[in-house]
Design a binder for this molecule. Structure first.
Ligand code: PLP
Length: 417
C-alpha cells in the first residue's frame, strides 16, 4: 500500500497541524503487519511478532501492535514501562538487551521471560532466583553465533563455535541447570545487518544445531529469531539496495518451514512459539515526514533547498539512501533545479535530507519524505529545535494528533536554572 499523500491530505494535515509534521499511515501499517503475520502463520501457526520498541516506540504505534495481537520486545526499563502502561502483562513482553534495568526483576517475578545477554547478567539472575526459591523463573539465551556476517557481534552468549571447550554457552547452561528454579524457556538470536535469505538459512541451521545439542525437543517454549527481514519498499528505494529483495513468503518458507519440519509432529501445545522481532520491517514504510521549503540558493553552481525540518527528524536512512519524496506545489514562482541538495534547519554543514534533486521547486512547497519509520522521531536529539508533532492518518480518512510538538519547556525542564 502506497503512502504517498494526496494534495487534499497534505492541505488538511499541514493546515491543521503545521509544518514540519510526521504522519503515521495507520491503515497501511496494519495491512503490512497482517501480511507478514499471515505469511508465517500459513506455514507455522504458532508464529508471533514481538515488535521492537526501540525502532519506534511511539505509544500509538505500539498500541496498534497490541491491538493486532503482537508482543512487545523491549530493551530497557523505559520501554518495559511503556509496554506495561499500554496494558501488556509480563507474558506479552520479551525483555532483551545488554543492559536491562531493575524492571527485569519485576518482569521475572511476574512470570515474564528475559533473554540473557551475558554471564554476568545470568549470575545476577541466578542469585535473585536463589533468594526467591518459591518462584520459578523463565529465561532464554541470546546466543552469539556465526551466520556468515562480516563483523563480530558484541551481543549474546558466545556460541560462535560449538561444541568448544569453555564456551560461554556451556557455562550458561550449567549455571541454569544448577539452580533448580531457573528454567530455559527459549533461545534467541538476533544479528543486525543480515537480511538476505542466505543469512536466514544460516540462522536456522546454526540455531537448530545449538538447540539439538543443549535442549530436549519439548523443552523450549519459544524460539526467537530476532529481526532482519527486508521491508516492503517503493521501487525507487528498493532499487538502491541492489539485488533481490526477498518477500515475506520467501522468509517464511525458510523459517516457518524449518519450524514446521522440526516441530510439526509434536502436539500443538508442545510446539514452541516462533517469534521474530521486526522493527524496521513493520514500521519503516508507514511513517512519513512533511516539511516546507524555507529558502533556495545557489552557491558556486550548487543549489541548496533549505527546509523547516532536518535529517535529524528522519534518521540515518536519509543519509544512507535517497528516500522516496513527493513535492507538493504550495509556493509561487518555482525554480528549475538540477542536482540540488535538500538541507535541514540545523547549522551543520552535512544536514542532508536528499541529494541530487532535479525538478521544479519553490519556497513554500511542502515535501513528503517517505519511509522514515525507523530510528527517526525516537532518535531525534533536542538539537537546535525541539521535535515536531506526529499525526495519524486513519483508515476512514480522518487525521488526529498522536504526539504534540515539543516545546521550550519540554527541553529545558530537566535543567537546573
Ligand atoms: C534492534 C533490534 C531489533 C529490531 O531491528 P530492526 O532492524 O529495526 O528490525 C530486534 N531485536 C533486537 C534484539 C534488536 O536489538
Amino acid at each position: 500500500m502506497n503512502c504517498k499523500l494526496t494534495d487534499r491530505q497534505v492541505d488538511r494535515i499541514a493546515g491543521e497541524f503545521g509544518s514540519p509534521v510526521y504522519v503515521f499511515h495507520e491503515e497501511a501499517f496494519a495491512a503490512n503487519y497482517r501480511a507478514l503475520l499471515e505469511a508465517f502463520r500459513a506455514i507455522y501457526p504458532k508464529y508471533n511478532i514481538a515488535y521492537s520498541y526501540k525502532t519506534n516506540y511511539t505509544p500509538c504505534i505500539c498500541a496498534k501492535v497490541k491491538e493486532l495481537g503482537g508482543a512487545a520486545e523491549v530493551v530497557s526499563d523505559m520501554e518495559y514501562r511503556l509496554a506495561r502502561r499500554l496494558g501488556y502483562n509480563a507474558g506479552g513482553i520479551v525483555y532483551n538487551g545488554p543492559v536491562k534495568g531493575p524492571g527485569l526483576y519485576e518482569h521475572l517475578l511476574e512470570g515474564g521471560a528475559a533473554n540473557i545477554d551475558n554471564l554476568d547478567e545470568l549470575r545476577s539472575v541466578a542469585r535473585f532466583a536463589g533468594a526467591h526459591p518459591e518462584k520459578t523463573f523463565r529465561l532464554a539465551f541470546r546466543v552469539n553465533v556465526d551466520i556468515g556476517q562480516d563483523f563480530v557481534s558484541r551481543f549474546g552468549l558466545d556460541a560462535y563455535e560449538f561444541p568448544r571447550e569453555g564456551a560461554e554457552i556451556d557455562e550458561a547452561v550449567a549455571l541454569v541447570r544448577a539452580q533448580p528454579n531457573l528454567r530455559i524457556a527459549g533461545v534467541h538470536c538476533h544479528v543486525g545487518r543480515s537480511r538476505s535469505l542466505e543469512a536466514w538459512r544460516n540462522r536456522v541451521r546454526v540455531l537448530f544445531a545449538l538447540i539439538d545439542r543443549y535442549f530436549s525437543d519439548d523443552e523450549l517454549e519459544f524460539v526467537d529469531f530476532g529481526s532482519g527481514m527486508n521491508s516492503v519498499m517503493e521501487p525507487s528505494l528498493a532499487a538502491q539496495f541492489g539485488g533481490h529483495i526477498p518477500e515475506y513468503g520467501e522468509y517464511a518458507a525458510i523459517l516457518a518451514g524449518a519450524m514446521r519440519e522440526k516441530y510439526g509432529a509434536l502436539p500443538p501445545e508442545k510446539q514452541p512459539v516462533l517469534y521474530t522481532e521486526p522493527g524496521t520491517t513493520v514500521v519503516s514504510g508507514y511513517l512519513s515526514f512533511l516539511s516546507t521549503v524555507q529558502s533556495i540558493k545557489t552557491v558556486k553552481g550548487k543549489t541548496f533547498v533549505t527546509f523547516d525540518g532536518s535529517g535529524g527528524n528522519m534518521g540515518d536512512i536519509c543519509r544512507l539512501k535517497q528516500l522516496p519524496v513527493s513535492v507538493f506545489r504550495r509556493g509561487q514562482a518555482p525554480r528549475m533545479c538540477r542536482d540540488a541538495e535538500f538541507a535541514g534547519y540545523t547549522c551543520l554543514e552535512h544536514d542532508e535530507m536528499y541529494r541530487g534533486f532535479c525538478g521544479e521547486i519553490a519556497v513554500g512547497d511542502v515535501v513528503q519524505f517517505r519511509n522514515v519509520g525507523s530510528y527517526s522521531n525516537v532518535f531525534k536529539p533536542p538539537f537546535i529545535y525541539p521535535n515536531c508533532a506526529m499525526v495519524r492518518l486513519k483508515a476512514d480518512g480522518s487525521v488526529d494528533c498522536i504526539k504534540r510538538a515539543e516545546t521550550f519547556e519540554d527541553v529545558f525542564s530537566t535543567y537546573i536554572f
